[in-house]
Ligand binder design. Structure first.
Ligand code: COA
Length: 260
């Protein structure tokens, strides 16, 4: 599919989706959010994609936030709609994909940019990355899940401080907070993420999909994560990958998973 604001390419099981508006520091306008939804949906449904890496174009930014020029004159209703549509189409959508999504945070990840990185399953940052939720400096609050996912990842007190001060933290601080799992040199970021992706790809994709579902259940209101885990655990016993994985172990050979 041809996109105007992003690129998507697949090689050796990894689909790399790149937000490609470098002159606007990859800010998320409506069209970009729609294109990202389509690219994630296609990758998640493709048998060629085992892991998705999301990154930003250029050396400066992952995503510098929602496109402020698009919502500066919005009403109360339009503001609420903007958040609801974005959450449905992109942020919740990415979080609930059955294909692992790694955010490769290659520079500024601000506002909607950090919220998008947080919606991914985990994050790796280059050492030039800067992260923050500056919305209160614009007279608004994070609307793409930031008030929920930031406390989940870094704890309530740190999230409160970051949102109230609207400040940025650097990659080392983000690592210390547990907001990112690893920090790399700038030019090694994608290669590092690909190495993790290759480790993931050795394992059963159908089991990984069940694991994502069970882990996410912990963060959903009204759902008992332990019950979801029990059901997901049971489901694995009906898969070819389970038979293959356990048989390969007992036969002392490497498992050849089919993802079925
Ligand atoms: N929405 C729309 N445009 C944005 C943007 C955003 N969130 N972030 C950056 N841009 C645009 C700038 O307007 C500028 O466009 P122009 O060249 O047409 O004027 C271009 O991207 C480059 O940004 P600039 O501010 O000149 O770069 P900088 O290096 O001086 O500063 C930042 C970088 C990230 C500190 C600064 O761009 C910034 O604060 N951006 C907004 C961050 C934010 O508040 N995000 C949350 C939105 S809810």
């Amino acid at each position: 599919m041809n996109y105007e604001n992003i690129t998507s390419s697949t090689f050796n099981g990894i689909t790399t989706i790149k937000i490609d508006r470098p002159k606007k520091l990859n800010a998320l306008n409506k069209a970009t959010i729609e294109e990202l939804h389509n690219a994630f949906n296609d990758a998640n449904n493709s048998k060629d994609t085992k892991v998705i890496i999301l990154t930003g174009s250029g050396e400066k930014a992952f995503v510098a936030g929602a496109d402020i020029s698009e919502f500066a004159d919005f009403s109360v209703e339009e503001g609420g709609k903007l958040a609801a549509q974005g959450q449905n189409l992109l942020f919740n959508f990415v979080e609930n994909l059955s294909t692992p999504v790694i955010a490769a945070v290659n520079g500024f990840a601000l506002g909607g940019g950090l919220e998008l990185a947080m919606a991914c399953h985990f994050r790796v940052a280059s050492n030039n990355a800067k992260m923050g939720l500056p919305e209160t400096s614009l007279g608004v609050i994070p609307g793409y899940g930031g008030t929920q996912r930031l406390p989940q990842l870094v704890g309530k007190g740190r999230a409160m401080e970051m949102i109230m001060t609207a400040g940025m933290i650097d990659a080392a601080q983000a690592l210390h907070y547990g907001l990112v799992n690893h920090v790399t040199e700038q030019d090694e970021l994608i290669e590092f993420c690909e190495k993790i992706a290759n480790k993931i790809m050795r394992n059963s994709s159908v089991a990984i999909a069940e694991a994502i579902r069970a882990i996410n259940a912990n963060y959903k209101d009204g759902i008992n994560g332990y019950d979801v885990e029990i059901e997901a655990f049971g489901n694995c016993f009906g898969t070819e990958d389970f038979t293959e994985g356990t048989t390969a172990f007992l036969e002392k050979r490497k498992a050849e998973f089919t993802g079925k």
